[in-house]
Design a protein around this ligand. Sequence first.
Ligand code: ZN
Length: 498
Amino acid sequence: MTLDEKIQKFKEWQFARSAYVMALGVVELDKMTIAPRGGDAYRDERIAYLSGELYSLSTKKEILDLFKELKDDEHVDFVIRRQCQLYYEEAMKNLVVPKEEFVSYQKLANESYGAWIQAKEKSDYSLFEPYLKQIVEAKKKMYSYRRKKENLYDQMLNDYEPGMNQEKYDAFFTAVRDRLVPLIQKVQATKQIEDGFLYKHYDVEKQKRFMDELLNYLHFDREWGYQNETEHPFTTWICENDVRITTKYLEDNVISAIFSTIHESGHARYEHQCSPDCDGNVLSEGISSGMHESQSRLVENYLGRTKAFWVNNYPKLQEIFPENLKDITLDEFMDAVNVGKPGLVRTEADELTYPLHIYIRYEIEKGLFNGTYTTENLNEVWNKMYKEILGVDVPGDKEGILQDVHWSSGDFGYFPTYALGSAYSAQFMEAMRKDINVEKELEENHFEGIMDWLKEHIHQYGCLYTPEEVMLKATGKPFDVNIYLDYLEEKYSKLYRL
Ligand code: ZN
């Protein structure tokens, strides 16, 4: 076969793969939003079949040989080489695990998820502990097949955020803890901000009316984007011009759906603005968790929680809910949506306290794999750390160690990317401000100006480059946690007049 024929063969393979990925994506989305539960068993069997076919397609010897050849051939275009490299790495991670082992892990993960749901309902960690123990052991075994010299937890961290390891995360989280814990204590000791009006009764149908206006402001164009509702908001994408986001409305909280929508629209925009080279292939799927989260948090916190953003939007919200908001000024509203206050639940945490929720999870995960902690009485470790770091008393396991789903399915190494993403955004914003007047764009209803900057400097690349390379390209310097911590210190000192 000539090189051109090989490339042609690779492109045909990639197209076939994209058809499976699309089908699975649509079925999964349907399952999580509108599909009746009665069809679960039927659907799950077909999903398993399609997933199996996709697995075979992606791991057959012939195609692996092709990846191997193309990824290292300098005559091949850079985009194709990068695609082949990523497909090859992914296939190798899967192939090293014996099939029986893989199947039995899937079964364990299903059981563990069920046990977690029950344990959470009863707020009793002891019901989940035996499963967590098995999941940790199974994960250790699965990673050991890779026979790499790196520490197992380092490998897990690297899977979610290429280039990261414990040494780098330790430095990151130590800085976060050392600067944010005292800041939070100062905030706690001063006069608190009145935000009770955000939690009055807000009619859901009226909230939806506002959401339409907000999506227009965000230029979330219905030509490529669609929104509906779910229990837990998420973003998924079929291709660059078919991106779906979901939200959840609460009757006694007007900002929950608003900020989750702004957040998810940031994820959606990332997918929509990838270069056409990324569409329908691994370059739009493999973007690191931290990079993706940086784009949602940037829109949510660094744009969505600023006065410039609300100059246009707040009068509309006031008009829809005069009974609750007519006497509340824009400044009072801005203070309220930026309140920083330690709490128990990560998903409800504010911008200031959020990274410490992640720090606690990181320390526990690290301890589980390095032998400092065992699963036994891990809920007590959790509660002790919440008291020490955030100053809150955990009343029960439901609001404590059982609150998140991640560990039940063995997703270790994922949590830290949430905190890293927020920190990346600070550095991206600093770079953006050198090129454009962000406040002016927001006030003048020119959201596209900001989105264009993100497209040019971040989105278009997909995962053509590593997170470190994208950071360097977009900001001209390596990642620096102090930019993020300076931003938080400045913002909260001003807000609470410290
Ligand atoms: Zn997110």
